[in-house]
Design a protein around this ligand. Structure first.
Ligand code: GUN
Length: 293
């Protein structure tokens, strides 16, 4: 078993971006600027947005964090997005999800200009991804593709089982793995809460991507020997022995599954850092396209 070390792979990507940013600076050009919007005070969202802003600083990007009250009106948030769309200094906009219940995710995502949609959630960008056209690919599945690439995992013709069908991970992941690309060219089965025989399907998987948000759901009895295991889950589970009061658990029972796997991502330190690296790549691209055209 070999660990798919997201810290290591993301470091390589961020270092390469930092060199490109330094080059922009020496040429007197604008550096990428990411605007992150955080509504309310969800602990996990605070951590994720904090990590994104920190990565910007490490690489040499500019970032702006807009912290908004949880009771902000939908209209006010849409106006703020409009202002960011119109701000020529801002290259990328991300609104951290989930949003409070009184705000429509769909309206907010649709309000972000597609050229600044570094999360790749806007329907125009999703459509481009489905057609295999150049676009912003959602950061978590993009990060997983970069991780597979970094470790030169042979995916061609393999049967990939994607567990979970969210717009953020499962669906785009299934599209990317089935694409005529490298990594890619998998035969993909996408599973969800209504899937019959989930265990039997998982047992057929040469690659399993677990993205359902249920701690330690994938157990040894569901995994074929030699499978590649990608664990997207990162749930906070109460744990009195930790200073924070919680432990982070993946969707895979790592202890049980690791001995069977050829490659497996740890949690934390697997997919999470790759998501950030992918977002940084998207932000660089947004800046380049804005300023080269
Ligand atoms: N919430 C969980 N994952 C993501 C993500 O990739 N982007 C945003 N904006 N919110 C998220």
């Amino acid at each position: 078993m070999e660990l798919l070390d997201g810290q290591l792979a993301s470091r390589a990507i961020k270092d390469a971006l930092a060199i490109q940013v330094a080059q922009l600076k020496t040429e007197g050009k604008k550096v990428p600027h990411l605007a992150a919007v955080l509504v309310g005070n969800n602990g996990a969202s605070e951590t994720y947005v904090g990590a994104k802003v920190k990565a910007c600083a490490e690489i040499g990007y500019k970032s702006t964090l807009l912290r908004l009250e949880s009771d902000i009106s939908e209209n006010r948030l849409l106006n703020i997005i409009e202002e960011l769309n119109d701000d020529p200094d801002v290259d990328g906009i991300l609104v951290q999800l989930p949003l409070p219940k009184h705000i429509s995710d769909e309206k907010v995502i649709n309000a972000i200009h597609p050229s600044k949609d570094v999360d790749g959630f806007h329907p125009e960008n999703v459509g481009r991804m489905v057609q295999g056209l150049p676009t912003f690919v959602p950061a978590t599945p993009y990060g997983i593709m970069l991780l597979l690439e970094h470790y030169k995992i042979d995916t061609r013709g393999k049967h990939a089982i994607v567990v979970g069908r969210s717009n953020i991970v499962g669906r785009p992941m299934s599209i990317l793995l089935s694409g005529n690309t490298n990594p890619g060219n998998c035969t993909v089965t996408i599973c969800h809460s209504h899937t019959h025989n989930l265990k039997e399907l998982c047992l057929q998987g040469d690659i399993i991507v677990a993205a359902l948000g249920k701690p330690e759901f994938v157990t040894a009895s569901m995994v074929k020997k030699g499978a590649v295991i990608i664990d997207v889950g990162i749930t906070r589970v109460p744990d009195a022995s930790k200073k924070s009061g919680f432990a982070l658990k993946g969707d895979v029972n790592f202890k049980e599954v690791a001995p069977l796997a050829s490659y497996i991502t740890p949690v934390p330190g697997g997919v999470g850092p790759m998501t950030i690296a992918a977002l940084m790549k998207n932000t660089f691209r947004a800046c380049k396209e804005r300023n080269d055209s």
